[in-house]
Ligand binder design. Structure first.
Ligand SMILES: [Zn+2]
Length: 398
């Protein structure tokens, strides 16, 4: 249970909300799928620096380091992809000169500068896979979730890393968003997760129902294997090829999956109009006690673990957050998580088993408390002294 009432106090384990933006990185806007080229964003113009500035504005206004699913073939400066089997429709004839210009340096520098707002994740090189000139969906798995050979995957990951390096980025991504949601999991050392982990990927965000599953996930929304956490991505609220979209989402899970074009305007000068609509909607909807914006993916993962596995119950004069159902084999769960408390009156909190990292009360009397469980503690206890005082006829004075 993620919500409990104790007299006039309600405690919530809020669901995290974390936006991810896929298909970032194209320079060309054209959807090439009818010509055996990639599905790009079906956008009416070339992309430009303003399209990245819009993403940074989005992240900054939300207070979240958002995740970007990058496609990097059009950032290739050194014909790296000529030697990568299946990476492009042109094979050995691959040439990216049309996308080489001052915008590469300018944008790379901008992304370095905004690294605290925008986390570059892996989506793919060209998103799809080419066999004898024909395009197949998608790069790392086919439509049936059959994984491409480990060597092909390794070659594609290495090429992604080299293109990043050639553009001045030294770190390989930690986040992977499988292109076209074709993926597989549950086969342990034979899984793509094993290969991804070797390369530095720590989290995969995808739709479990679309993936080929060799074994059931640990939980229907969250799983892990070979040191890689998998989190349910959910369905995109807007089709990938709809530009300048109006904000709308059912908050059905922790991940808000959007595509770059959804957030951009055909006139880049109006990008902020689109972005600001989404920001306003997300800020308004996460004020309540049931939801919380996660400040980065790590916080999202930890909060999702608590949201899916945590239990709240009353014991004596206290509320217990019981985390014992969270399996010890789960990676990356240690660290702080959030509670929200709704009450007509708030007083000092007395917590056993955890350190209070932050404690913030908003105008709607909803209190957001960030707790760091002490080493080895799986039951955190909240004593509500102001409730006890009231019982004894002493109203707590703020
Ligand atoms: Zn995509």
């Amino acid at each position: 249970m993620n919500h409990i009432r104790f007299r006039d106090v309600e405690v919530f384990l809020p669901m995290p909300v974390f936006p991810i933006i896929e298909d970032v990185g194209w320079w060309q806007g054209e959807d090439g799928s009818a010509m055996q080229q990639p599905y790009r964003n079906a956008f009416s113009r070339r992309h430009c620096l303003a399209d990245y500035q819009a993403l940074a504005r989005f992240a900054d206004s939300l207070g979240v380091r958002i995740g970007l699913g990058m496609v990097l073939c059009e950032w290739d400066r050194k014909k790296v992809l000529r030697d990568i089997p299946g990476a492009t429709w042109l094979g050995r004839e691959w040439n990216n000169h049309i996308n080489q210009g001052p915008w590469l340096d300018e944008t790379a520098e901008y992304l370095q500068d905004k690294r605290d707002l925008l986390e570059l994740g892996l989506h793919g090189l060209c998103h799809e896979f080419w066999y004898e000139g024909g395009m197949e969906r998608s790069e790392f798995h086919d439509r049936n979730g059959v994984m491409r050979s480990p060597q092909v995957i390794q070659d594609h990951l290495d090429a992604f890393g080299r293109i990043l390096e050639h553009n001045g980025f030294s770190e390989f991504p930690r986040l992977f968003f499988p292109p076209a949601l074709n993926h597989s999991f549950g086969n342990g050392p034979q899984s793509i997760q094993a290969i991804l982990h070797n390369k530095g990927i720590r989290h995969v965000i995808t739709r479990f129902a679309k993936a080929k599953r060799f074994a059931s996930p640990r939980h229907e929304k969250i799983s892990w294997e070979c040191g890689v956490g998998l989190l349910e991505r959910g369905q995109a609220p807007v089709p990938w090829n709809v530009p300048a979209s109006l904000p709308s989402w059912d908050f059905s899970g922790p991940i808000l999956p959007l595509h770059w074009g959804n957030l951009l305007h055909p006139d880049p000068e109006h990008n902020n109009d689109i972005i600001d609509g989404w920001t306003a909607m997300l800020l308004a909807r996460t004020v309540g006690p049931e939801l919380i914006l996660a400040e980065n993916f790590d916080a999202c993962w930890r909060q999702a673990a608590v949201f899916y596995f945590g239990q709240l119950f009353i014991e004596g004069q206290s509320i217990v957050v019981d985390l014992r159902a969270r399996p010890v084999s789960m990676p990356y769960y240690s660290g702080p998580f959030y509670l929200k408390i709704r009450a007509a009156q708030h007083g000092p909190l007395d917590i056993e088993g955890a350190q209070i990292i932050s404690d913030h009360l908003d105008g709607a009397r909803i209190r957001t408390v960030q707790l760091l469980p002490k080493e080895g503690v799986e039951r955190v206890r909240l004593l509500l002294p102001w409730e006890r005082n009231r019982e004894n006829g002493v109203e707590y004075q703020r």
